[in-house]
Ligand binder design. Structure first.
Ligand code: KIV
Ligand code: ZN
Length: 399
């Protein structure tokens, strides 16, 4: 069976950037966009031009700076928005307009005070209008996660007729369970006329921590594009994180899927996005958290030192991290301590290790983590003690 390509649509600069405190200026956005292109992202959602003159300018500049990736601009299903998006994209080599409207009962009733029929009409008009500016038009059915499948299918069938090339099925509120979201995608694949002519996309939010799982079930059930962000940033609890979905695909060849992403660049772009947005990555975040490849308990450290695969399913080099870290805490064992001393150039025999270890534990109980600097201090202490105990014997062999 031939592997199927999954398109990676990155929305760090749009859904990610709209988060409080994540504001980026044009220079930062262009810098990140170029890195996203190097990373191998298929589509870069550069911004929402109607939202502010600054965002319009960012989309314009990114359109000029990016040549391989598709550059996409968001708009509501409003002519003025679509026109601005089209104008901002005019220098893009591969432009895409992403327009859409809410399709759930909740959105139709409370946001638009409208009817399902009227929503379909607006959807059709907006796609047709966007086609005046670009060939590639993606339609989003906002809150598709809470939209009844039959109505969603009707919307999809209509916008395909109107010329949509991609249809985005956002779980805007992070409401769906993975199986439910997967079934939604499958339902559309099986019930929408001409669905094979377009690309079906996932866009999952993380309100229940299920964004990545939902996206995975979406692609397993037939979606060909995943919308995601670096470090999973995005509205409220965030979006599917790019690094997670990409590494899930890479680590599971039996899924018969692949992406274009150069995974070795993941760690560096994660740091860049975190630095530019000021949004810190939580330490235990999968793939890019500082603890993702750190081992601190004695049992785990002993295993990893013997063979990395005992406690790691991902080779850190695959995501651009040189090596796993052995962190020294009061839970660490002798193997970890000897390993870290060896890295500093000291080889400890059994007796010296026992002695150093007891001094180390005393320190570690008072601290969160023991640094290299402190290891040297401990070594000095041990030397002193040992001289007192065994006057003529050197207990440490410096290599
Ligand atoms: O979450 C969502 O529904 C969105 C759309 C605007 C695509 O971000
Ligand atoms: Zn979103």
């Amino acid at each position: 069976m031939e592997n199927k390509k999954i398109q990676i649509f990155d929305t760090t600069l749009r859904d990610g950037e709209q988060v409080p405190g994540c504001k980026l200026n044009t220079k930062e956005k262009v810098k990140i966009a170029k890195k996203l292109e190097d990373l191998g992202v298929d589509i870069i959602e550069a911004g929402f031009p109607t939202s502010s003159p600054g965002d319009y300018q960012s989309v314009e500049q990114i359109s000029k700076s990016v040549s391989n990736s598709i550059v996409c601009a968001l708009s509501r299903a409003v002519e003025k928005d679509i026109e601005l998006a089209g104008n901002a994209l005019k220098n893009a080599k591969r432009p895409r307009i992403h327009t859409g409207i809410g399709t759930s009962n909740c959105h139709i009733r409370y946001k638009f005070n409208s009817t399902p029929e009227k929503i379909i009409e607006i959807a059709n008009l907006s796609v047709k209008f966007a086609k005046r500016f670009v060939e590639d038009v993606e339609f989003y059915a906002e809150d598709a996660g809470r939209t009844e499948n039959e109505f969603l299918a009707k919307v999809c069938e209509n916008v395909i007729k109107s010329g949509a090339t991609v249809i985005n099925i956002p779980d805007t509120t992070g409401y769906c369970l993975p199986q439910e979201y997967g079934e939604k995608i499958r339902f559309l694949k099986e019930n929408v006329k001409n669905i094979h002519k377009i690309t079906l996309s996932t866009h999952c939010h993380n309100d229940l921590g299920l964004a990545t799982a939902n996206s995975l079930f979406g692609i397993i059930n037939g979606a060909q594009q995943v919308e995601c962000t670096i470090n999973g940033i995005g509205e409220r609890a965030g979006n599917t994180s790019l690094e997670e979905i990409v590494m899930i695909i890479k680590q599971n060849p039996h899924l018969n899927l692949f992406t274009n992403i150069n995974t070795k660049l993941i760690s560096s772009i994660s740091c860049l996005v975190s630095d530019c947005t000021g949004m810190k990555v939580q330490a235990n975040k999968a793939i890019v958290g500082v603890n993702a490849f750190s081992h601190s308990s004695g049992i785990h450290q002993d295993g990893v030192i013997k063979n990395r695969e005992t406690y790691e399913i991902i080779n850190p080099e695959d995501v651009g991290i040189n090596e796993s870290s052995i962190i020294l805490t009061a839970r660490s064992g002798r193997a970890a301590l000897a390993y870290r001393y060896k890295k500093l150039g000291y080889s400890l025999n059994k007796r010296s290790l026992d002695l150093v270890y007891s001094i180390f534990l005393n320190h570690a109980d008072k601290k969160k983590e023991i640094t290299d600097q402190e290891l040297k201090i401990i070594l000095n202490k041990a030397n002193l003690n040992s001289k007192l105990l065994h006057s003529s014997r050197r207990i440490i062999n410096v290599v």
